[in-house]
Write a protein that binds this ligand. Structure first.
Ligand code: NAD
Ligand code: TDX
Length: 339
């Protein structure tokens, strides 16, 4: 089995590469990643010398490069993680989100049509369903909840999902889609809530909470997401969407307070800043379908996962320090200067 994993130098993709190489020693895993600001080759260092692993630095939007890779490797599957993934960046500059997330997806699927594929899997997000009101804790996203996006990021992901389903119906491409809630864990880029708060707290810097911090996210430990995708690509039904989430809803402010407590830092570091434009209030996944059909259940409780994650950031400063001290610093100044 040969699998192209796009975006494998990013947060979830790299965790998925490790999971697959560990679990299937006879699989060949090809990581296709153009290394944007969010891609980090040092993350993949532990597997670079593995004979079953190959890294290819190309963009999923580059048709010629993608076709060349298909000709060389004859993949059985493509699992597409490659994306622009940060909502705040999409509000500043939507264009690259459309290029990568929509056009890139179509380029990959065109290659799958041209060369043949057993499975094309699209890694999508619960954000395509929009948000839920805070006063209706009884409501959850199911696979039939209408697409109703809020940000350029989620709109680009929704556009890609619709294209994937259209390629299935029109061309019979054997596709699956998974829509997951917020992930956390090792190798999470420090522009996202949890790693940003951990690293700021370690530096005794202000902890910028958007609005009142009451927005709710449904957090899933990244390994549980990888296991779910593994099940979907092997046993999921072609043409189907699977929601992935762990009923682990938390308010942002409670997460930030928990991080302060775990690190022994004062809550006085918390600073309320101008809210994100179009900020989604609550995400909450109903994972009944993947549980009933594929037997998936999350294994890591948030209380344990957040401790493991904080410990990972404490133990792996050499991974995040170059990010925080380099170009990302310019981004940080720009995004938070006038908030
Ligand atoms: P990330 O930003 O950490 O990583 C994205 C990776 O894609 C990087 O390695 C980057 O270099 C690569 N990439 C970007 N543009 C590319 C291109 N044109 N060609 C090749 N590679 C390119 O993202 P992540 O958080 O790991 O998310 C991975 C996927 O999972 C995304 O599709 C995202 O929408 C989805 N998702 C993420 C979450 C979450 O909580 N992080 C939740 C649900 C779904
Ligand atoms: O500094 C911050 N302060 C803050 O209050 C940041 C970076 C975020 N927040 C809030 C905004 C959100 O309500 O925390 C919450 C989580 O924010 P992000 O980490 O940016 O994640 P989110 O916008 O929920 O999107 C994430 O989950 C779904 C991923 O980035 C997406 O790629 C995924 O599809």
């Amino acid at each position: 089995m040969t699998i192209i994993v796009t975006g494998g130098a990013g947060f979830i993709g790299s965790n998925f590469v490790f999971h697959m190489l560990n679990k299937y020693p006879d699989y060949r895993i090809i990581c296709l990643d153009c290394l944007t600001y969010a891609g980090n080759l040092s993350t993949l260092e532990p597997v670079m010398d593995n004979p079953n692993f190959r890294f290819v630095k190309e963009s999923i939007t580059d048709r010629a490069a993608v076709e060349k890779l298909f000709e060389e490797e004859h993949p059985d599957m493509v699992v597409n993680f490659a994306a622009e993934s940060h909502v705040d960046r999409s509000i500043e500059n939507p264009q690259v989100f459309l290029d990568t997330n929509i056009i890139g997806t179509s380029v990959l699927m065109d290659a799958c049509r041209k060369y043949g594929i057993k499975r094309y899997h699209q890694v999508s997000t619960d954000e395509v369903y929009g948000d839920l009101p805070l006063d209706r804790p009884d409501l959850f996203f199911t696979e039939t909840t209408p697409i109703h996006t809020s940000s350029p990021y989620s709109s680009s992901k929704a556009g890609a999902d619709l294209l994937v389903l259209a390629y299935h119906r029109t061309y019979g491409l054997p596709v699956t889609i998974s829509r997951c809630s917020n992930n956390y864990g090792p190798y999470h880029f420090p522009e996202k809530l949890i790693p940003l708060m951990i690293i700021n707290a370690l530096h005794d810097k202000p902890l910028p909470v958007y609005g009142e911090g009451l927005n709710v996210r449904d957090w899933l430990y990244v390994e549980d997401h990888c296991k779910a995708i593994d099940l979907v690509i092997h046993n999921g039904r072609v043409g189907e969407v699977y929601n992935i989430g762990g009923h682990n809803e938390m308010r942002n402010i409670d997460i930030v307070k928990l991080i302060c407590k775990e690190l022994g830092k004062p809550e006085s570091l918390i600073t309320y800043v101008t809210d994100r434009k179009g900020h989604d209030m609550r995400y909450a996944i109903d994972p009944t379908k993947i549980h009933n059909e594929l037997g998936w259940l999350p294994e890591t409780m948030f209380a344990d996962g957040i401790k493991k994650t904080i410990k990972w950031y404490l133990d792996n400063e050499s991974w995040w320090e170059p990010i925080v001290s380099g170009e990302y610093q310019n981004y940080y100044e720009k995004m938070y200067a006038n908030r």
